[in-house]
Ligand binder design. Structure first.
Ligand SMILES: Cc1ncc(COP(=O)(O)O)c(C=O)c1O
Length: 387
């Protein structure tokens, strides 16, 4: 059969998914693969959440829920944001989606037109540019550097601004760098967005995973400066619920109505069972999030210490999220081609890491500390042995 695929199907596979697939193939072939590529906290979803999911099934919550999400979850999510991040959302500002990823997808589907330019600070989460392209827009990379702490400044945005610039995708609590912005830094960026009438899509999915007593500031907590802010959120990372697929969009009610229509014509909704489980997650957030955060901080510290012991040099600990973004030369290797390096290390050394190139930064690798301390230690030792 000869199939003519649409233009859109040319989009490349997510690099993180590609490495995972290769690692899984090796595992299936009986190889011990050391995993430093997980984009998730490798812990079991807390019991109280699982119980709520189980109960939902037994109570017959197994029919189509509304396309906006079940009302108690929308209410709980908006209240959780208001209480923890000083926002002003209510149920009409809240959409339940199939993970934060689909929330972002719906937003870009609703907002991007063929002449839209979207500013994306790099290193970025791999899916941002591809999704913008999927809807015919142009991703505009805002480069940052390790020496500047991977942070953008208004001057960088100003240089790239054109009359076609409509959106900034901003990921505070960053995948892959773990960078965390202060209130003052955010205020400057949001003031610029407000002046230029730019929509700031703020990806806050790692808001609970902030270490060393740091504070997460939501871009939606700046009064009038937040009028152009839309927040993408998720239960995946904060509650160890990646497989349950529950995320949120917080936005003005008119945007939520459009997204709900798009959702109703695509996936209809995310699983009703997962939504009832997510309600329990939010109701127990004050216990669950600190537990996951404490465990992830310990894992981060293990990764940093083991790297230092095995490879020397002093690299800063990531302030948030689940990843260290380190230069290849910090492992004593002089290779600037991150894809080649990661493929070789996986094929020959059985250690899975994600190359920096698809995150928009060559010469670096993303190493996840979502795994157990034992796995992290063994993986770094295997990497040392191989190199
Ligand atoms: C920065 C960032 N945003 C959004 C997501 C989407 O997560 P989910 O769809 O599981 O909520 C991820 C997942 O890796 C991420 O790293």
């Amino acid at each position: 059969m000869s199939i003519k695929f649409s233009q859109l199907s040319n989009i490349s596979t997510s690099a993180t998914v590609a490495i995972n697939t290769l690692a899984n193939k090796k595992r299936q072939a009986g190889k011990r693969v050391y995993n430093l590529s997980a984009g998730e906290p490798m812990i079991v979803t807390p019991e109280v959440i699982i119980e709520a999911g189980e109960k939902a099934m037994r109570d017959g919550q197994t029919k189509y829920p509304p396309s906006t999400g079940i009302a108690p979850l929308r209410l709980a999510a908006s209240e959780w944001m208001n209480k923890n991040y000083y926002t002003h959302y209510d149920i009409d500002h809240t959409l339940v989606t199939c993970g934060g990823k689909f929330g972002l997808y719906l937003l870009l589907q609703a907002l991007v037109e063929s002449d839209t330019e979207v500013l994306i600070p790099a290193p970025y989460w791999v899916s941002y540019p591809s999704m913008v392209q999927l809807f015919g827009g142009t991703p505009i990379t805002v480069n940052t550097s390790e020496s500047d702490g991977w942070k953008i400044e208004v001057a960088d945005l100003e240089k790239l601004f054109t009359p076609k610039t409509k959106i900034l995708i901003f990921n505070n609590g960053s995948n892959p760098t773990g960078v965390l912005y202060s209130r003052e830094e955010l205020e400057k960026i949001l003031t610029w967005c407000s002046k230029k009438n730019i929509i700031a899509i703020s990806d806050e999915v790692y808001s609970g995973l902030v270490y060393d007593g740091g504070k997460y500031i939501s871009c939606a907590s700046f009064g009038n400066l937040s009028n152009n802010v839309i927040v993408v959120h998720s239960c995946s990372k904060n509650f160890a619920m990646t497989g349950w697929r529950v995320g949120f969009v917080f936005a003005p009610a008119e945007i939520i109505r459009v997204l709900a229509t798009l959702q109703s014509q695509s996936i209809t909704n995310t699983s009703s069972i997962s939504q009832w489980a997510a309600l329990s997650a939010l109701q127990n957030a004050e216990t669950i999030i600190p537990q996951i955060r404490t465990e992830m901080q310990k894992r981060r510290d293990t990764l940093v210490e083991v790297r230092q012991k095995l490879f020397g040099g002093n690299l800063p600990s990531p302030a948030s999220a689940l990843y260290a973004f380190w230069p290849i030369n910090s492992f004593g290797v002089n290779d600037t081609d991150s894809v080649r390096f990661c493929e070789k290390v996986l094929k020959e050394g059985n250690v899975a890491m994600v190359p920096g190139a698809p995150f928009g930064k060559e010469g670096y690798v993303r190493i996840s500390f979502g795994e157990t301390k034992k796995e992290l230690t063994e993986a770094m030792e295997a990497l040392r042995r191989y190199l």
